[in-house]
Design a protein around this ligand. Sequence first.
Ligand SMILES: [Zn+2]
Length: 293
Amino acid sequence: MKSKRVKLVAFAVFLLILITSFGITPVREKVNSSTELLKYSIKEKVKGRAELFKYTFPHCPFVISPVTNNAPIANNNDAVLFIHDISPIYFNYLKEIDKTVRANHFEKFTYLFLITYHHGKYNLANYPKFVNYLKQMEKAGYHMEYHAYKHNGAEFCCTGKEAEYKLDASLAILKKCGFRNVNLFFPPHGIITKSAINVFLNHHIAVITKRILFVPTPKGLKAYPTDNQEYTWYIKEKQLPGKLKRAKLNYSMALKNGELFCLSVHPGAVNTTAGMKFLKEMLQFINNKKNNP
Ligand SMILES: [Zn+2]
């Protein structure tokens, strides 16, 4: 009888170790609307890739905060453009996007998200031509912000200590390149842990995901609703009318709901004929709405 009990206890301890080491303990925090939104955005992001999601990103606890209106970035401008994955390997694609943005006078409303040490191979500081180009863009009004260190999967779905290391290493590279004005961070895949968010907020860097913008304030963390979507992932000509229709509708909805409308694009993915047409038409559409509200 005694040995049976010992076996049972040993089995329970073994199970506990197993569960904790695989990170499947459901440490869900109290759910409110913003957590719901975050979960929603992640589900949407990995549609059709659920298996990969489970495998690559184990349990990731999320921050909780009330959602309020009046997003502080872009000073009352209701629409911004986000260019993701800024890395020297996409230099030519970026030049093409830059042309369209400038032609539509959208520089001041465009945010570039930089990767500092892409694939552990492309250290930004080793690409002075590319960095100079970015600096010219910054002078023209573009905002230089932060996206990733090596950009290995959802690399900020990690502990605070790891996030601190990646951010410090990245800020050192950015400083070396002359970028000292990082105010905003978009994590790879839009996924981040609560402890990693806190690291950024302690550095006074706001964090934006697909549906929420987290901002550090003297009174604590504030969260704002956003509509942050990408319509131009290698789209073809026949998809163009549908994509434009959806984006324009979402823009009107965001205006109505007091959300910040963020148009996300990736260099390469947007550089198809249809993708560039989409970008041009959306920027023109937004400009028209801004001038004739
Ligand atoms: Zn990315």
